[in-house]
Design a protein around this ligand. Structure first.
Ligand code: ADP
Length: 792
């Protein structure tokens, strides 16, 4: 008993010690301490540490006192989970602080278990993490803002043609905009973090910029320079660049930002300007020299009569200066004294007004030759020029006095004060610009006529510039696209309103026109922008050069009616052909039956064979029409397989030998060649060409069939010695329903669909079909088929 009692006492003591140490530990921590009933319904104790509200007596409404309402669900779910699994509760959540404001805590509670493993109590701590959470939130917002800012800068820097970039202090690129990446022909990943040398700059160039970066680091000053180096696409270009220091908060240089502009074109202009001004300077010098010489010699004569001479010297100076200026050009020149209105002209000017050299010509006489319409205008300009500002550049028509010839003249004059200051000399040149004037008038008229014709034909016109894809459309064109005639219609709209079935093909066609210079010609459907109406249009366009710039220009006209007619017609043909097939099949079956019964009657048998042949022909025609309607509605189907074209030709040879007796058919020996194609359809093409050769060449003549190949294509040729085809017919021979209109053709039946079908079948196989023919000598139809890469 004593023993037991001793043991008990020491256990109790140890327990008290542990509890004291535990309490001391709790005292020492600043965290909130709490204990809860096993089901968390009751908070047994809560030491809020000034962060949360204390609970000294057990309480059941600890949730509303301590948990932030929005996080209640979150906390409850977690509690359920932990009770269920008897695991440590750990959660960051919002709480109501002592002062009722929102705070954040990291709460952690451990389940205390009895010997049976049942929870008897939860014991927990809650750490105040409000400051950290608020800081995280602020950081999040700041980051979102800075991301947005970055996107904004990205948009700005990527849409400028200028090159923008940033270097770190180790000469590495930390940023390069789109234009710069394009210039290098590199991606962001390939070039960022790299130095100039690694990004393809030549050593001298890299060294130069690195020295400049050193200079900026040292002086904190920006620098500006000009350099020439090659662009990945555009070749050698001249660039103007500025490097600017980027400072950190301490005012130290932390990076160098650069901007570079392509000034090649500006430089060229400057150079041209410089050359022109040099040339002008040269001319001026020459003129001055000549003037000096003249002045010297004129000075001699000046001694005779100063007064008289003064006037004359001026006149001659004026004339000579003009003569020099106009040099060999056939200009007429004049001089008018501003006070006396003395009018002196040379022979050429008189000639331009229809006067003889030895006749005198007054201002009034000259004005009289100007057509009535222009006369008052020229007289007024002249008067203004002499008495006022001297500005004179007029173009007018003149009827020659003696020769009655119409000339368009351009006169340019200049008013110059005399040394004496008493009067001015109004001098100038007149040139005959009849040819240019009429030519430009002619062009203007032609353009106007064209515009009227375009309007009258209901055509819409458009233009797209190659450089920036700026789209201009005529009012009519806009209406096709369902826009108002005076509304702005951007290029994207022109593409977007195209029916999805055609959109990609049209966009590709336009791009091909730009890149390969091909002509664009397409029929497609448009969905009206405002009215949503479906319209069929036909567009034709090509790339043209205008004032050195490339434009894709063209016309569009509406073909809705025609298209709908075509569709109706096709539907009709398809329906009729289909309906005709059924009775024909029964007729054929009856004929075969009768044939069998009439084996003995030779005559009737022959007649029946003929009837059968005719029915075969008719079936073929109907099938042709059905094929056409399938083609037009895009339903043609190719059953491709690998086969040997030479074997197919062999079959054709045997079939021809059995059925064609009117002509001599020669099949050249053919080597095996494997194609991937629709066997039946190719057979159809061959038999069509052979039957045509038979149809359109005289009886007894020879027809040659041959097949050759290169490493890409196999070529089958069917050559006859028949009527031949004229070039103007040959151009349309593969068109639907096209038949040659001539006397010997009229007697031969047909619908003009055979060759159309052949060409469509071959085109669907990505082959070509062509014709060489000479009238009276014969025709050679050749089609090609791509060879299969697999040769069996
Ligand atoms: P069809 O023979 O039924 O009229 P096709 O499309 O086969 O239709 O031929 C179109 C036209 O081309 C014919 O009407 C004929 O005038 C001409 N043609 C076709 N093949 C030849 C040929 N081998 N020689 C001369 N003319 C031909």
């Amino acid at each position: 008993m004593a023993n037991f009692s001793n043991k008990y006492t020491s256990e109790k003591q140890r327990f008290a010690e542990t509890e004291n140490r535990f309490k001391a530990l709790i005292e020492a921590t600043s965290d909130v301490i709490y204990s809860l009933s096993p089901d968390w319904q009751e908070m047994r104790e809560l030491d809020g540490r000034g962060f949360l509200k204390d609970a000294h007596a057990p309480t059941k409404n600890w949730r509303s006192a301590n948990i932030y309402p929005d996080d209640l669900d979150l906390v409850n779910t977690k509690i359920q989970e932990c009770i269920r699994e008897k695991k440590v509760f750990q959660l960051e959540h919002r709480v109501l602080r002592v002062d009722g404001t929102r705070g954040w805590t990291f709460s952690k509670a451990i389940p205390i278990l009895d010997e049976e493993g049942e929870i008897i109590e939860w014991f927990g701590t809650a750490q105040d993490i409000t400051l950290r959470k608020d800081a995280e939130e602020a950081l999040q917002i700041a980051k979102a803002q800075s991301d947005q800012q970055k996107r904004l800068y990205e948009t700005v820097t990527s849409s400028t043609p200028d090159l923008l970039y940033v270097f770190d202090l180790n000469y590495r690129f930390t940023y390069a905009n789109k234009a710069l990446l394009n210039m290098w022909g590199k991606t962001w990943e390939d070039s960022i973090g790299k130095r100039l040398l690694d990004n393809g700059y030549e050593p001298w160039h890299a060294e130069m910029h690195e020295k400049e970066i050193d200079y900026i680091k040292e002086t904190k000053l920006p620098i500006r320079g000009e350099v020439s180096f090659p662009h990945a696409v555009l070749g050698n270009r001249i660039y103007d660049y500025i490097f600017t220091p980027v400072f950190n908060e301490q005012g130290e240089v932390e990076a160098i930002a650069g901007a570079t502009r392509d000034v090649t074109d500006r430089k060229k202009w400057e150079e041209n300007l410089e050359n022109t001004s040099k040339t002008l300077q040269g001319l001026n010098e020459e003129l001055a020299n000549t003037n000096h010489e003249l002045e010297a010699s004129l000075g001699e004569i000046a001694k005779v009569n100063e007064e008289l001479l003064k006037a004359h010297v001026k006149i001659e100076e004026g004339q000579i200066a003009f003569r020099l200026a106009v040099n060999a050009a056939n200009f007429g020149t004049w001089y008018i004294h501003s006070i006396t209105r003395e009018f002196i002209t040379d022979a050429r000017l008189k000639e331009l007004f229809g006067y003889y050299e030895d006749e005198t010509l007054s201002i009034e006489q000259a004005l009289a030759q100007i057509t009535e319409e222009y006369r008052p205008y020229v007289a007024e300009k002249l008067e203004n020029a002499i008495s006022d500002n001297g500005d004179y550049d007029v173009t007018y028509p003149v009827i020659g006095f003696h020769d009655n010839r119409l000339r368009w003249l351009r006169a340019i004059g200049n008013l110059k004060a005399d040394h004496s200051g008493e009067f001015s000399a109004f001098t100038g040149v007149v040139m005959d610009i009849t040819d240019q004037y009429l030519a430009s008038a002619e062009i203007r008229r032609a353009e106007e006529n064209l515009r009227m014709a375009v309007d009258a034909a209901g055509l819409g016109t458009f233009q797209i510039s190659a450089q920036d894809r700026i789209f201009t459309a005529s009012p009519k064109l806009k209406t096709f696209f369902g826009f108002h005639p005076d509304e702005i219609m951007p290029y994207e709209a022109a593409i977007n309103q195209i029916h999805p079935d055609f959109r990609e093909a049209v966009a590709k066609g336009v791009e091909r026109a730009f890149s390969e210079g091909t002509r664009f010609e397409m029929e497609y459907q448009i969905i009206g922008y405002h009215d949503e109406k479906l319209r069929w249009v036909r567009a034709i366009g090509e790339v043209q050069l205008k004032e050195g710039k490339e434009y894709f220009t063209g016309v569009i006209h509406e073909i809705t009616e025609r298209k709908l007619d075509e569709i109706r017609k096709n539907d009709f043909i398809a329906m009729v052909s289909h309906e005709l097939k059924t009775p024909l099949t029964s007729v054929k079956t009856y004929i075969q039956l009768i044939h069998r019964k009439l084996k003995d009657d030779d005559n009737l048998s022959k007649m029946l064979s003929k009837t059968d042949q005719q029915i075969n022909k008719m079936t073929e025609m109907i099938n042709g029409f059905l094929d056409i309607s399938r083609l037009e509605s895009g339903k043609i189907h190719l059953n491709k397989e690998l086969f040997d074209l030479s074997l197919l030709l062999k079959d054709a040879e045997e079939e021809a030998a059995a059925t064609i007796h009117s002509h001599i058919l020669i099949f050249s020996p053919i080597e095996s060649v494997i194609v991937n194609a629709d066997k039946n359809k190719i057979e159809h093409v061959i038999s069509n060409l052979v039957n045509n050769a038979v149809k359109y060449s005289p009886k007894g003549s020879t027809i040659h069939v041959s097949c050759t190949s290169d490493h890409e294509f196999a070529y089958v040729s069917v050559k006859d010695n028949g009527h031949g085809i004229k070039p103007e017919d040959a151009r349309h021979i593969f068109d639907r329903y096209y038949r040659v209109d001539s006397d010997n053709m009229r007697s031969i039946s047909g619908f003009g669909i055979g060759l159309y079908l052949c060409s469509e079948i071959i085109n669907h196989h990505k082959g070509t079909i062509s014709l060489e023919s000479e009238v009276g000598k014969g025709s050679d139809f050749v089609f090609s088929l791509p060879i299969s890469p697999v040769q069996l």
